[in-house]
Design a protein around this ligand. Sequence first.
Ligand code: FAD
Length: 389
Amino acid sequence: IDTEVVVLGAGPAGLVLANLLGAAGIGCVVLERQSRRWVENRSRAGFLAPDAVAVLRTHGLAAGLDSRGHDHDVCEFRGVDGGFELCYGKRGSGRPHTVHPQQELVTDLIAEFLRGGGAVHFETTAEFIGDLDTERPWVMARTADGRVRRVTGRYLAGCDGGRGVSAAAVPARTAVRDHGITWLALLVQAPPSSPNVLYGVHPDGFAGQMPRTPDITRYYLQCDPSDTVEDWDDARVWAALRRRLHADRHGPLVEGPIVERGLVRLRSEIRDRLRHGRLLLAGDAATAISPSAAKGANLAILGAELLAHALSDALRGGDLSGLGQYCADYTPMIERAQEFSHWMIDLLHPPAADDPHADYHRVLRRARLRDLVVSRAHQDFFSDNYVGL
Ligand code: FAD
């Protein structure tokens, strides 16, 4: 296969990029390791920031989001000393999230790309990439039936997540932070217990509730890093959620069958280079970010738009300066999102058992929560960062 841009990965980053390139008349193919069914059912993100929604609307990719998504603008903190609601849609820049499950967005983006004549090669794993310093870089990809295909382009877009081949092919100094925290991520077949996002701030560990659709709700429970999902049967999950979300004080949780459970290790990686020759990284391939502030899919969408502009300029206008500008524009966005995600991690989690300064950190966390209750400036800071990038 010979094309202009080879896009590795059919997640939000790769699919937004492919749609934008297709609309600009630039030839591209998408290589995706998994089956179409797998990517269209992989539930992860749900909260889309207004800037990401604007990208999708501007490029005619928001039909599903506009018909099935809904605005959300209140989060509620529940601690041992009481709870409070923060209407972030009325603070700071005054903007809401749009709730639209990632798998539905991915399904919409695939349909739109195929409708425009684009090609996604599912069950095709990129194994090696090369000649990145030449005008014809290539990908060697293996299909499900074991055949090896060479796909050549003028540029490669690395949108294959943090564990794909692209990130590994860009030599970079990477600042890594393993936060030492693991979440049990649950999908429950039941309406949300509250229309608000709930953050349970509890000495036992964090618990959260994120509305998704009228019948599906996401819950998170901080667990011991050595736990397996088998350690958490339904009874233990619901008892912990009730306790940490203070159901005795705020009302019962709406319980239902737990249809998915997985472990998420909170880990962050910030690289000092997003490009090597004609390979450029976007989304999780560019930065691993913890889900604590719901930034990953949003960074993926915004990065894809920046990259689409840079590649269009390079391929159509012969202007290569946009490729360097892409990295210069994307990096501060990544760093801001990382800083706020880390701020949220400190806010939501009790100090680790072996933290020699645990008492001190508990006091800081109490002060930070109190600021959010009483200080307009802190509410504005939170709101701008919560929805912004
Ligand atoms: P991905 O979605 O990971 O897509 C990469 C694709 O590349 C995958 O389909 C993969 O199969 C494919 N691939 C990998 N290797 C290869 C290969 N060698 N060859 C071909 N294909 C390959 N973010 C938010 O903004 N808001 C949220 O509310 C939110 N909630 C989250 C909840 C959870 C539980 C988790 C785990 C994450 C959450 N995130 C959230 C983060 C968000 O889901 C990710 O940041 C987002 O999926 C990144 O998109 P991407 O396209 O860069 O990568």
